[in-house]
Ligand binder design. Structure first.
Ligand SMILES: [Zn+2]
Length: 140
């Protein structure tokens, strides 16, 4: 016989793209017996309804990651380098301080970093949490 068919105005549980959680929604548009548009009761946004049981892997989970890959890599390296570092041993960054590889420094803008490479006569690569930076320094 007939199972319960939803109709416009009914409540339906759906995953909200804004709340990023399963919330109560009101059905706002239907095509036949299919729910196509729902309005989130929590944030009020209207979006397409994607049924839980529908099998469409191509469109099912299209989550775009906008995080730049380079930054993610730098972050991991920084954590690897400085995860066990003692910030108390870091020296304040100054252009006039002689630097060596592996020295911990604290930069007023970039924070805690580690010297990964000395480029003579007066530059160094420093790994900061926000990424690698090329800074002026003294070398000995
Ligand atoms: Zn919502």
């Amino acid at each position: 016989m007939t199972t319960k068919v939803p109709s416009a105005g009914d409540y339906i549980a759906a995953k909200c793209t804004k709340c990023k959680a399963a919330t109560n929604h009101t059905i706002v548009a239907m095509v036949g017996e299919k729910v196509v548009k729902v309005e989130c009761n929590t944030c009020g946004s209207t979006h397409n309804y994607r049924g839980e049981t529908k099998k469409s892997p191509a469109t099912a989970s299209r989550t775009r990651t906008t995080k730049p890959r380079a930054a993610g890599k730098a972050q991991r390296t920084w954590e690897e380098l400085l995860g066990n570092a003692d910030p108390g041993k870091a020296i304040p960054y100054s252009m006039n301080t002689a630097m060596k590889t592996n020295v911990l420094i604290v930069h007023p803008t970039f924070g805690l970093g580690q010297v990964t490479n000395i480029i003579r006569p007066n530059k160094m690569d420093v790994c900061f949490q926000s990424g690698n930076k090329l800074l002026r320094c003294k070398t000995d």
